[in-house]
Design a protein around this ligand. Structure first.
Ligand SMILES: [Zn+2]
Ligand SMILES: [Zn+2]
Length: 60
């Protein structure tokens, strides 16, 4: 199993044994501690900051 990096903090976590938060529109993926930190021109928290309409959804 290959760890994959959080796209915000770049920490590596297992791809399947970890609950990622993933944008349902652009695919922006962050780890749970980063959900409260991610922000951008389009929003923050559960609203994806990187695209106009995306929302961060739990990967499981
Ligand atoms: Zn992170
Ligand atoms: Zn997005």
């Amino acid at each position: 199993m290959t760890p994959i990096p959080c796209q915000l903090c770049n920490a590596f976590y297992p791809a399947t044994q970890w609950t990622w938060w993933v944008c349902n529109t652009c695919g922006y993926r962050v780890c749970p501690p980063c959900l409260g930190r991610q922000k951008g021109p389009y929003g923050s928290g559960h609203k994806c900051g990187r695209c106009p309409h995306g929302r961060m959804a739990s990967s499981r």
